[in-house]
Design a protein around this ligand. Structure first.
Ligand SMILES: [Fe+2]
Length: 273
């Protein structure tokens, strides 16, 4: 089973009307173009490699501080490029609660959080909502943990994948997501195959509760972290993922800066090159 992991698209109809997006995006480099180019690349690559993607995960910050019309733009780009390919998504810290719920036509729980459990051909896909009001980093509520425990009590035929915006594990303790007691233990004692996250805008792998946490590069822009600053770059990318016989495989694709072919070899490789 092949699927895509994309994140942090940060789409807006107008990047000049927001103080964060105005100075860093231009006609030459902006999230809308990156999103379209990435989806074109995915389609081209899938054709060439004869890969059939069954669905996509999009781990939050779908739009940047936008209103429902920005979500309409997001959805129209997806429809134009990907047709009816299903996608499962979570809310990021730049997705405003009401605009997100209206724009993506989803219902929320008593706290206004968007959480969900759905199945795709025996694989369970659980969405958590780690975005809080007025805070940049992630928080998982006790209510979400209770719901998660209820869902995970029954194992899924092909296992479970979890998506949320913020990383559960991160080296800088002030960045990792704040979780209630028992949360990590609940993840550990479950049929979860992988945890899919975004937020930091850089590809990375980590373990949380003995499960693989995979963070994908952003579609919008890259971030490099230094002790006293974060630097924004034009690095963008996505992950091509496969679940085969209960194992999860992840292939990272860098979109920008563009890659150049410098050589190649025929397969199978018959000598040690
Ligand atoms: Fe983001």
């Amino acid at each position: 089973m092949h699927f895509l992991h994309l994140s942090d698209t940060h789409i807006r109809n107008d990047y000049t009307t927001n103080s964060f997006t105005r100075p860093i995006f231009s006609d030459e480099f902006n999230p809308t173009d990156s999103f379209k180019k990435t989806l074109d690349h995915i389609n081209r690559n899938a054709k060439e490699t004869e890969t059939h993607y069954e669905f996509a995960l999009i781990t939050g910050d779908l739009v940047h501080e936008g209103d429902p019309t920005d979500y309409q733009l997001f959805k129209s780009i997806w429809k134009e490029k990907m047709g009816d390919l299903p996608y499962f998504f979570c809310r990021g810290n730049h997705d405003r609660r009401q605009a997100f719920a209206t724009g993506m036509a989803v219902s929320v729980n008593e706290d206004g959080d968007y959480i969900d459990q759905t199945y795709y051909q025996g694989l369970r896909i659980i969405t958590l909502d780690s975005a809080q009001d007025g805070g940049h980093e992630g928080v998982i509520s006790k209510r979400q943990l209770d719901q998660l425990k209820e869902w995970l009590a029954e194992p899924a035929k092909k296992g479970t994948i979890v998506l949320l915006h913020h990383p559960l594990a991160w080296e800088e303790s002030e960045i990792k997501t704040e979780v209630p007691t028992d949360f990590e233990e609940t993840i550990e004692n479950s049929d979860i195959l992988g945890i899919f996250v975004g937020h930091i805008h850089q590809g990375s792998l980590a373990y949380y509760g003995n499960k693989l946490q995979t963070m994908v590069e952003a579609i919008s822009f890259g971030v490099d972290e230094f002790p006293n600053k974060s630097v924004f770059t034009n690095r963008t990318g996505y992950n091509s993922c496969t679940i085969s016989e209960g194992h999860l495989f992840i292939h990272s694709v860098v979109m920008s800066p563009s890659q150049t072919v410098i050589g190649g070899c025929k397969k199978p490789v018959t000598e040690n090159i």
